[in-house]
Design a protein. Sequence first.
Length: 177
Amino acid sequence: MTIKKIITVPDPLLKEISEPISKVDSKIRSLLDDMLETMYEAPGIGLAAVQVGIPLRLIVMDVSWREEDGNKEPKFLINPKIVSKSQKMSSYEEGCLSIPEQYAEIERPESCIVEYLDYDGKQSTLKAEGILSTCVQHEIDHLNGILFIDYLSSLKRNMMIKKVTKSNKSKKDRVIA
Ligand code: NI
């Protein structure tokens, strides 16, 4: 398994619509394994393939994992599609590995049902509630070129992008030998 580089805003690839997978083969599974390792290492609870620079409709998630206890329950979603959403909304403070150290409260449907192909290419259904519902919606947004900051005012959004750009620039100037 390989840790991949996570791209950050304002990389234009993050605005692209990812392509569906036509065949779940060993190449796709190996990419999913790399994505999972990259997500745990980051660390994060969800990652879309486009965030490692590959615009394919692939997501990995693990909302139960915490560094302290190490219990892992990974989920792999291929070509995920939201088939229903609750009227009831809930809000969580969201962050994104592609927008480091920026957070905002985002309101989304409290529960949703997602159809997808699993790691073995089998048709599956996920009934997501609470934090899992928010996470899967956040990740599916990535596949459609949408970031959580797109739900904020343009003023807030631009401020966050500027902060990330500035911090990346100052990192580049560092000499770590
Ligand atoms: Ni994200």
